[in-house]
Every structure is written in structure tokens, then in C-alpha cells.
Write a protein that binds this ligand. Structure first.
Ligand SMILES: Nc1ncnc2c1ncn2[C@@H]1O[C@H](COP(=O)(O)OP(=O)(O)OP(=O)(O)O)[C@@H](O)[C@H]1O
Ligand SMILES: [Mg+2]
Length: 527
């Protein structure tokens, strides 16, 4: 059988090889060029497909990996594991996870708007005449094959879609960072390595699932974030920079910082935690802004404490000077010791208008896709200009724990999913007293292996009862203090009244005396 095949194919193969050798050795270079051009034309006339090649390394500059190649690689990774038989594994996230991509000479079929395309991974052997500093595989490429009739669809729309998707996958897979601003000249330090921010890996585990708050409110915030992250074109259409401001306010321990972490984890954004008191002045603030990247949350925590942003800086400075004058040397030494002997840092010169410019000045539009989040315990202390809608688009109040929030915590901390026998009592107590989610969480957390859901819930009930009792006592004391104040005011008013009455009587007597004198004098003069 095998012999038959060889007898039939042998002469044909020999003829092809003979022609190829003649062509290579005896045809001049120019003639071969012409022949090649015509055969290409002939082939393309009958061959209905087109190819686009994407090389791995940029040929210009320092042979960096081409951004398009990397994006395509990431895009194809989603189909590679199911279609390709041989895969390559690349480490991402500092070696913590792997991305699987197709190996050389593998083919993947993709479909876009009902049309098929083929992606082939391949490699051109490196030219032996070129001495290269790079790897042998520097000619690796992806070949995209598609039908000629889809030329417009592929070049105008599909390629953009592939690159966008690939970039989005890269963003999701990248190791996210938490940055803080380095001190500039103002703090006596130089920026580290010329960078204004230094970062660590962002690993906060808070998510919207672990966050205890009213479920409807939570849903609304998630929707808002999702809409924002998908609204690039919409923001461009309405002529607004692609950013959104959130103001989170409420008592300490109600989950403001936890919510920022949940937002970052939900959107897969980096976090820039801006310490405003370390910023020398408005110019430095602008530089910090320019040095941030898109897909990030810029956070200013406790904005009311960060700076005096009420325009009262001068008044406060004078007040402080007066206070300092009254201090003895001993006080000054004590204060210094309290600060660990440190000399007080130079105060930041960032002004309210500088901060307003930071939020929505011309520079704020660079980079795009950014959230700016302020947190505060005292929203009423902030300048209305700082938090007006448009700057801080969404105001979110995080408050004391309600029963719905408690249920989330009970689920997270104790795995109590359904109702529990203690739940009705806890519901009643939560309606009667205020406790922050942080305090509830602390009570729910088992402190030893002997503690179970039952004991933790009982401890919480006790803590709620104590809090209720304390709140009652506090209210009574406040009531008493108010009554005493009122009584004092009443007494003062009575005393004032008495004094006024005495003075009026005295004045009236004086006037009468004067009148009588005038009269008498008049009579006298008349006489
Ligand atoms: N709403 C919440 N859901 C889940 N856990 C919470 C919530 N609020 C507080 N906690 C718990 O309490 C701790 C402190 O919360 P967090 O730091 O978010 O409060 P905060 O509002 O930022 O307080 P502060 O105003 O003092 O900065 C968190 O680590 C978390 O464990
Ligand atoms: Mg906080």
C-alpha cells in the first residue's frame, strides 16, 4: 500500500524539488522578485482570506514588547485554555498567579458579530546574519486571518474590541497598589527616587459582601460605581471629565474606610491615599494629581482634620499665638516630650481654592476614570463649596448599625445565615440604642475556640443592654444639666429684671426730683 503511494507521488515530489532548486540557484534575484509578485497576485485573486501580523517586539526604540501584542495575548488567553492543545504559562501578579496562552503554531478560532476569524501564534526563525542582544524568539508574532469581505468590520471594529478587552483583562489581573504621598521639600524630605507616591500591594479584604449596611443603599452604590466605570463615552459626550466624587460621612467605626476598600476591590482600581497635611502647597498638590494614573481612587480621609479649610486659617493662627503666649516654659517642654521630642512640622499651605482646583480644575481631567473620595466624621464642619454636588457627586451617610446590617455581620462573623433565637431581642435593642458596626463586629468575633455563635450573640446582647443603660444615664444627665442651665438662665433673667426695675425706679425718682426742682425754680423765678 505504502509502496503504491510512493510510486505515484515520488516523481511529482522529485519534479517540485528540482524546479525549486533551479528557481533558487539559476534565476537572478530581480527575476525571482517579479515572479513572486505575480504569483502573490494570482494567489490573492483566488485566496479569499487576509492576514494581519502583530509582532511581539517593537522594532523601534529598545525592542520593548508591543502593547498591541500583549493586549492580544491577554484577549486570547480567555479562549486559549479551551481551544489550544499546547499552552504557555506566564506568571503575573508578582508570581502569584498564572496566565495561560497558546503556544507557537497553535490556532484559535474567534467569532465577532457572527463572523469567524483565526488567530495563529507563530515564530519566524531569527536571521543568522543579525547579531542580536535579544532572545532567539524575538520574531514571535500573532497572525490574524479573516475573510476579505470582513475587512472593514475587522479593521474598524474588531481590532479595537480585541485591544480594549485585552487591556481590560490586563487591568483586572494586575497587582493593584495602595499609594501614599511622599513628603516633599516642605517636610524636610526629598521624594523617593523622584516619585511623589510610594506604593505597596493593595490587599484589603473588604468587599461589598462583607460591608454591613442597608441592602438597598448598598445596591444603589454598586449600581452607581458600575455605571460610572462604563460611562467613558457618555462623559465625553456631555463634556465632563471622567471622574466622580464621593463624600462618606458618619461617626467613627461605621465603615467609611472599609467602604473605600470595597469600592477599590469592586472596580479593581488602585488607591492613592493622600495625606493632605504633608503636602507643601497648592503647586505640590497639583503635581501629585498629575502623578496619579487612571483607574484609581484618590482618598482624603478625615478631610475636616486634614487642614483648616474654612478660610479661618489666619484667625486660628492668631489664636494659637495668643495661647502660646500664656504657656509657661514647663508647658512647652511637656508638649515637646509628648511629641517624642520632635520639632513641630511646618504647616501645609494648601488652601481651599487649591483643593477645589485639585478636584475639578483643568488638571483634574487628565488620566480619566478616577474617583475622589473624602471621609469625615463631621460633615457640618466642611465648607459647602467643597462638598457641593458636582464636586462631591454622591453623599453617603454611614451610620449606626441597623438590624439589616447586623444580619450581614452575623453571617460574616458567625455563619448565622437564617434567623436565630436571639435575633428578635437584638432587633429590639438595635432599635432602642446606637452601636457602630465596628463595636457590633468586635462583640461578634469569637475570642477563643470555646466560643460559638450562641455565646457571641449573648455577649452582644449584654453589650447592647449596657450601651442602652449608659445612653439612658447620659440622657438623664444631659437633661439635668439642661434643666440646671435653664434654671440658671431663669434666675439670671429674674435678677436682671429686678436690677432693671430698681434702676428704672431710681431714674424715675431722679426725673421727678428734677421736675419738681424746675417747677419750684420756675415758681421762684416767676415770683
Ligand atoms: N459597615 C461595616 N461593615 C463591616 N464592618 C465594619 C463596618 N463598619 C465598621 N466595620 C468594622 O470596624 C472596623 C473599623 O471600620 P472603619 O475603619 O471602616 O470605620 P471608619 O468609619 O472608617 O472609622 P473612622 O471614622 O474612625 O475612620 C473595620 O475594620 C471593620 O472590621
Ligand atoms: Mg476610617
Amino acid at each position: 500500500m505504502m509502496q503504491d503511494v510512493w510510486t505515484q507521488l515520488g516523481p511529482t515530489i522529485a519534479a517540485i524539488m528540482f524546479t525549486w532548486t533551479m528557481y533558487q540557484n539559476y534565476f537572478p534575484h530581480e527575476v525571482r522578485g517579479h515572479i513572486r509578485r505575480y504569483t502573490d497576485k494570482l494567489v490573492s485573486y483566488f485566496y479569499p482570506y487576509m492576514h494581519i501580523i502583530f509582532y511581539e517586539l517593537e522594532t523601534e526604540g529598545w525592542f520593548e514588547r508591543s502593547k498591541a501584542y500583549v493586549a492580544i495575548e491577554r484577549y486570547l488567553s480567555k479562549n486559549s485554555s479551551t481551544q489550544a492543545k499546547r499552552l504557555k504559562a506566564n506568571a503575573v501578579k508578582d508570581g502569584q498567579s498564572l496566565v495561560l496562552t497558546m503556544d507557537d503554531h497553535e490556532e484559535i478560532i474567534d467569532e465577532y458579530k457572527g463572523e469567524k476569524v483565526w488567530w495563529i501564534s507563530s515564530q519566524k526563525p531569527a536571521s543568522r546574519q543579525i547579531i542580536s542582544l535579544h532572545r532567539e524568539d524575538e520574531k514571535r508574532y500573532f497572525k490574524l486571518k479573516f475573510h476579505k469581505k470582513n475587512r472593514d468590520l475587522i479593521t474598524n471594529s474588531y481590532l479595537k474590541y480585541v485591544l480594549d478587552e485585552g487591556k481590560a483583562i490586563s487591568v483586572k489581573e494586575r497587582q493593584r497598589k495602595l499609594y501614599t504621598n511622599n513628603k516633599g521639600d516642605g517636610g524636610g524630605y526629598r521624594y523617593r527616587g523622584g516619585r511623589m507616591w510610594s506604593g505597596v500591594v493593595f490587599e484589603h479584604p473588604s468587599t461589598f459582601d462583607t460591608l454591613a449596611m442597608d441592602p438597598n443603599k448598598k445596591e444603589e452604590i454598586i449600581d452607581d460605581l458600575e455605571t460610572f466605570s462604563k460611562s467613558k463615552d457618555y462623559y465625553a459626550k456631555i463634556g465632563k471629565a471622567w471622574k466622580r466624587g464621593y463624600l462618606l460621612y458618619g461617626p467613627p467605626g461605621t465603615g467609611k474606610s472599609s467602604m473605600i476598600a470595597a469600592m477599590a476591590n469592586f472596580l479593581k482600581y488602585d488607591v492613592y491615599d493622600l495625606e493632605l497635611t504633608s503636602v507643601k502647597d497648592n503647586t505640590e498638590l497639583r503635581k501629585l494629581l498629575i502623578d496619579t494614573t487612571g483607574k484609581s481612587i484618590i482618598v482624603i480621609e478625615d478631610i475636616d482634620c486634614s487642614l483648616d479649610l474654612t478660610g479661618q486659617r489666619e484667625t486660628n493662627k492668631k489664636k494659637k499665638e495668643e495661647e502660646d503666649k500664656g504657656k509657661t516654659e514647663e508647658d512647652a517642654v511637656k508638649e515637646k516630650m509628648k511629641k517624642g521630642g520632635e520639632v513641630k512640622e511646618k504647616q501645609s499651605e494648601v488652601t481651599l481654592s487649591g483643593l477645589l482646583n485639585f478636584i475639578d480644575g483643568l488638571w483634574s481631567a487628565i488620566g480619566g476614570e478616577r474617583l475622589i473620595v473624602f471621609t469625615t466624621n463631621y460633615v457640618e464642619k466642611l465648607d459647602p463649596a467643597l462638598i457641593r454636588r458636582g464636586r462631591m457627586d454622591k453623599h453617603i451617610v454611614l451610620s449606626y448599625c441597623c438590624f439589616e446590617s447586623f444580619k450581614v455581620l452575623a453571617h460574616n462573623y458567625l455563619d448565622v445565615v437564617e434567623s436565630h433565637v436571639h435575633f428578635p431581642e437584638i432587633r429590639r435593642l438595635l432599635e432602642e440604642t446606637n452601636m457602630t458596626p465596628a463595636d457590633i463586629a468586635e462583640n461578634l468575633m469569637p475570642k477563643s475556640s470555646k466560643e460559638n455563635a450562641e455565646t457571641c450573640l449573648e455577649r452582644l446582647i449584654k453589650a447592647l443592654e449596657t450601651a442602652k443603660e449608659e445612653a439612658k444615664l447620659k440622657a438623664e444627665e444631659e437633661e439635668k444639666a439642661k434643666a440646671a442651665e435653664k434654671e440658671k438662665e431663669e434666675k439670671d433673667r429674674e435678677e436682671k429684671k429686678e436690677v432693671t426695675a430698681t434702676e428704672e425706679a431710681k431714674n424715675a425718682d431722679d426725673v421727678n426730683e428734677k421736675d419738681n426742682g424746675v417747677k419750684e425754680n420756675g415758681d421762684v423765678s416767676k415770683d
